[in-house]
Write a protein that binds this ligand. Structure first.
Ligand code: AHR
Length: 519
């Protein structure tokens, strides 16, 4: 076993070549609370809601006259479930949708319909627009991450949108907002300067994008002093470093006239393109294939961070992984343009592994947004008319709430290996952190789909007599929650013994567990 102490070495532990643990031997973990690392920004638990399929209409918005219980048209059940997650921010209105969005059609008493050319060519009624999104954000208690149209729109249109959202009523745009029923300026915490400009956002070369981005950064003003606003530039598509290099190089030479606080990274776990891995009914090989690809996120973060370090050694610009998650084959019978997929225990493990990667790189990865929040891709919540269910991924986000804004603590362990269908990946994963109240939390993931895992965690001087928390496992790796059986995959209480400064816990195959240490 390797005992690593520096934060960087700990970050690498899971991916270093390691000797295989015998599946029945305890995984020896060493916690070092004396060397706290970076704060795990709560914004790595961000969400993404695009006008796509029933991500908005049906998922959030049902309209004021709906028989589904709602507050000003927004589903009460969905808001209540999201509040439990303490969602730090929601990215809206897209995605590819954002770069064709005309915000003017979505405000005021007369909404103007459009065609959603990106997602199924369906009618976009624009009944859920800026004021409804801000109302939703307020009901959930989350921050607004608004992505402006840099692709097909002008800087002036985007500037006026920001003016509409953030100015006082002395300004004509602020007065228009007041006329629409909202006198107080909204808070825009994060502004996205385009989306995937290398592809659906306009197929721009890195240099062309940089020129456009500078103009948008220069002319889009936040007029609400109550809310500092961070700007996120379009960054890399997966492993391609051309945008990373161009944007960061430009940033290094930036003047007073423009600035950014974040660089976006998009990377989905797909198992090949176009996505073809099924959401249910898959075998252990497909389980391993998708998870192996997904932990490649660690390499991506390292690759882009190294370039960012070159231009920004003080880490002023955050790496913002604002689209990540599993992108699977569409559920049979669904509209392929709606990106509907089921969410299994495999997705729960995938979510935990990615959150752990972000947490290990907390000094640079300070925001992330899983795609997407409701009814689309790796969703937290699925709805069908008046019914709603919480997915296994939702449960992981809920279990990880204590890690929001907690300070990471190094853990060293030998991950061992797990092989299925010829695919080899680490057998386990673990992270630890101390919350603001001083309580230490440990998250362990058993990737092995067949064997349980016992963790023996040396607490390194942290005084605790017991540990308790929740564990998420399932009858099968492809177990899902359905509207008829919504609790097939649900967390259960778990407690662990602590003796002689060591915590010992045995967890199920393919499971995620979060434990808090107690005096
Ligand atoms: O999340 C679905 C789509 O994936 C987004 O609209 C786009 O940004 C990405 O390609």
């Amino acid at each position: 076993m390797r005992l690593l102490t520096s934060a960087a070495a700990i970050a690498a532990a899971i991916l270093l070549p390691v000797s295989a643990n015998a599946a029945d031997a305890p995984v020896q973990v060493t916690l070092d609370a004396s060397k706290p690392g970076a704060v795990i920004d709560r914004h790595i638990f961000g969400q993404f809601a695009e006008h796509l399929g029933s991500g908005i209409y049906g998922g959030i918005w049902v309209g004021k006259d709906s028989t589904i219980p709602n507050t000003r048209g927004i589903r009460n059940d969905v808001v209540a479930a999201l509040k439990e997650l303490k969602v730090p921010d929601v990215r809206w209105p897209g995605g590819c949708f954002a770069d064709e969005y005309n915000w003017r059609r979505g405000v005021g008493p007369e909404r103007k319909a459009a065609v959603n050319s990106n997602w199924g060519g369906v009618v976009e009624p624009n009944t859920f627009g800026t004021d409804e999104f801000m109302d939703f954000a307020q009901q959930v208690g989350t921050e607004a991450y608004v992505s402006v149209n840099l692709g097909s729109g002008t800087a002036q249109e985007a500037a006026e949108w920001l003016e509409y959202m953030t100015s006082s009523t002395d300004d004509a745009m602020g007065a228009e907002r007041a006329k629409n029923g909202h006198a107080a300026p909204y808070k825009v915490a994060i502004l996205g300067l385009g989306n995937e400009s290398w592809d659906c956002g306009g197929g721009m070369s890195p240099d062309f994008y940089v020129s456009e981005m500078k103009r948008f950064s220069r002319f889009l003003h936040n007029y609400n002093p109550a809310q500092p606003m961070k700007r996120v530039a379009v960054g890399p598509n997966g492993a391609d470093t051309s945008y990373t290099d161009a944007v960061m190089k430009a940033w290094k030479g930036h003047t007073w006239a423009w600035d950014i606080e974040g660089l976006s990274l998009h990377s989905y776990s797909t198992g090949g393109w176009p996505p073809h891995l099924p959401g249910t009914g898959f075998d252990e090989k497909d389980y391993a294939v998708l998870l192996k690809e997904s932990i490649g996120m660690d390499d991506l973060v390292k690759t882009h961070s190294a370039i960012m370090d070159k231009y920004d050694p003080e880490k002023k610009v955050a790496l913002v992984v604002d689209e990540w998650g599993a992108w699977l084959a569409p559920t049979p019978g669904s509209n392929p343009g709606f990106l509907v997929q089921q969410n299994s225990q495999r997705d729960a493990v995938l979510a935990a592994l990615n959150i752990n990667i972000f947490a290990r790189h907390a000094d640079r990865v300070r925001m992330a947004n899983i795609a997407q929040m409701i009814n689309v891709l790796q969703a937290m919540i699925l709805t069908d008319k008046d019914k709603m269910l919480l997915t296994p991924t939702y449960h992981v986000f809920h279990m990880y709430v204590p890690f929001q804004d907690a300070t990471s603590l190094p853990v060293a362990f030998d991950a061992g290996t797990y092989t299925a269908g010829g695919v080899t990946l680490p057998r386990v994963d673990a992270i630890a952190a101390k919350d603001k109240a001083g309580k230490v939390w440990i998250a362990v993931t058993n990737i092995d789909a067949k064997q349980p895992a016992t963790f023996s965690i040396a607490l390194g001087g942290v005084k605790a007599t017991k540990a308790s928390g929740q564990t998420l496992s399932a009858p099968k790796i492809d177990s899902v929650n359905t509207f008829d059986a919504p609790n097939t995959v649900a967390p259960k209480a778990i407690s662990a013994k602590i003796a002689n400064g060591k915590l010992s816990v045995t967890v199920a195959p393919a499971s995620v567990t979060v434990l808090g240490l107690e005096p």
